[in-house]
Write a new protein. Structure first.
Length: 212
């Protein structure tokens, strides 16, 4: 049985069943404290807060709220291949949710995580609340992969994760822009909105990353 995306992290992942080592629960708190101190220092120095993200070594340095309001610690995706996609409900590319869900179902057991990031940055095509987005994705596409809260993904207000992604492979130009992250948390490649989830180009890149 599929579980709602509101759970934040895909229940099918074996991640949740992994036993954490003693003291590991302190790591997210320490990471949050470090990032908070960095942002505060940047503010004092008159530097944009989002610039703090460019010093991150990999994906695992970031946290973002899940669409259910709980923190989504990207460190939980260590050892996985992650496809980060900024999504929208009222876009000509919205039908790509079908392809993303298909990728999730085909490759999740091999270590692929699809991470949907709702954003209203392009054409104001994601105007809904998180609750409305969840309902739409569940009812229209049966989405069960992890999704974040709605965030900006470009410009001065971009989430630090997207500042980091843009530093390496450029900022998204429209909805359903895709970034492929390898098992070490490093950015491999970016794909435009026109590169559909079932395109040979994207599928081959995912397969290659999974084999590493």
């Amino acid at each position: 049985m599929k579980q709602s995306i509101a759970s934040g992290v895909n229940p099918d992942d074996a991640l949740s069943s992994r036993r954490a080592p003693a003291g590991s629960e302190l790591v997210p708190s320490l990471r949050r404290a470090r990032m908070g101190a960095m942002k505060f220092l940047m503010t004092l120095l008159g530097i944009g807060v989002t610039q703090a993200a460019v010093s991150a070594a990999n994906l695992y340095e970031f946290e973002i709220d899940g669409i259910n309001g709980k923190k989504l610690d990207l460190n939980d995706f260590k050892g996985k291949v992650v496809l980060v996609v900024n999504v929208a409900s009222k876009c000509g590319f919205t039908k790509q949710y079908n392809g993303l869900q298909a990728l999730h179902e085909e490759f999740k057991n091999q270590g692929l995580v699809i991470l949907g990031v709702p954003s209203n940055d392009f054409g104001r095509q994601e105007p809904g609340t998180d609750a409305e987005i969840i309902k739409f994705c569940d009812s229209k596409f049966g989405v069960s992969f992890p999704m974040t809260t709605k965030v900006p993904v470009k410009g001065d207000k971009a989430h630090p994760l997207y500042v980091w992604l843009a530093q390496s492979k450029g900022a998204p130009k429209w909805n359903f822009h895709k970034y492929l992250i390898n098992r070490d948390g490093e950015i491999v490649e970016a794909f435009s909105s026109k590169d559909s989830p079932n395109s040979a180009k994207l599928r081959e890149a995912i397969k290659a990353a999974l084999q590493q």
